[in-house]
Design a protein around this ligand. Structure first.
Ligand code: ADP
Ligand code: 5GP
Length: 218
């Protein structure tokens, strides 16, 4: 009888995918964790936004963004095709629903690298599929060191990011999980554990219904 059960492939039961949100004050390590997750976990992919801004050198349509005209974008807004959208630097950006909906159904996970406002909007639209993770720096001093050490921003931009950090941190209680990124290995391991556990939620394991039916009938 045990054979009957194992034939259904208990280790490969179908599950619904999830929307994994990573947010943090700038410099806390969100991009570092996100890149590593994408590199090491084949079941999760970055959500691809639509935008009206022109393509930059090296970017690929459909990989970095879906590049669309303002008319197309406006039509998508009108037809409620975005989970959320916003104007940033005079251009429009949004998270299209169609691809994500199909992916979730097929058991694929999506990573979102977005701020607390985007998180709130996604949560309102897709509560059951969303897992919200907030990454904190061990201290503001260390946050400052990381922003300087990254070497991507001028002193002025770093000062502006530091000034915004406290306001961003104040949204920590709008998340399901909060991880302090002190040691990067420890932080990454915790983020992976969260993802693995969330994948096993009963409500996401859609294959369980048939599996348990077979289990109890055998
Ligand atoms: P964010 O995406 O949150 O702005 P980044 O991932 O770009 O932050 O990280 C900011 C800088 O801090 C980068 O130079 C990164 O290599 C470094 N960093 C990330 N995590 C740690 C850590 N745990 N310890 C030390 N440096 C880190
Ligand atoms: P860039 O043009 O440099 O790729 O992105 C500019 C800004 O747009 C970034 O701050 C980025 O986070 C934001 N952005 C990118 N995609 C989306 C999206 O789908 N929704 C929202 N609200 N912002 C986005």
């Amino acid at each position: 009888m045990a054979d009957t059960v194992s034939q259904t492939g208990a280790d490969t039961l179908h599950r619904r995918g999830l929307m994994f949100i990573l947010s943090s004050p700038s410099g806390a390590g969100k991009t570092t964790i996100a890149r590593r997750l994408l590199a090491e976990d084949s079941e999760i992919a970055l959500s691809i936004s639509a935008t009206t801004r022109p393509m930059r050198a090296g970017e690929v349509d459909g990989k970095d963004y879906h590049f669309v005209s303002q008319d197309d974008f406006d039509r998508m807004v009108e037809e409620n095709e975005f989970y959320e959208w916003a104007h940033v630097f005079g251009k429009s950006y949004g998270t299209p629903k169609a691809e994500i909906r199909a992916g979730l159904k097929a058991g694929r996970d999506f990573l979102f690298d977005i701020d607390w406002q985007g998180t709130q909007q996604l949560y309102q639209k897709a509560q059951a599929d969303v897992v919200r993770v907030f990454i904190l720096p061990p201290s503001l001093e260390e946050l400052g060191r990381r922003l300087v050490g990254r070497g991507t921003d001028s002193a002025e931009v770093i000062a502006a990011r530091m000034a915004r950090a406290q306001a961003e941190i104040s949204h920590w209680d709008g998340y399901d999980y909060v991880v302090v990124n002190d040691d990067v290995e420890t932080c990454f391991a915790k983020v992976r554990q969260i993802l693995e556990a969330e994948r096993m939620r009963r409500t996401r394991q859609t294959g369980l219904i048939d599996f348990v039916r077979e289990l109890t009938q055998s």
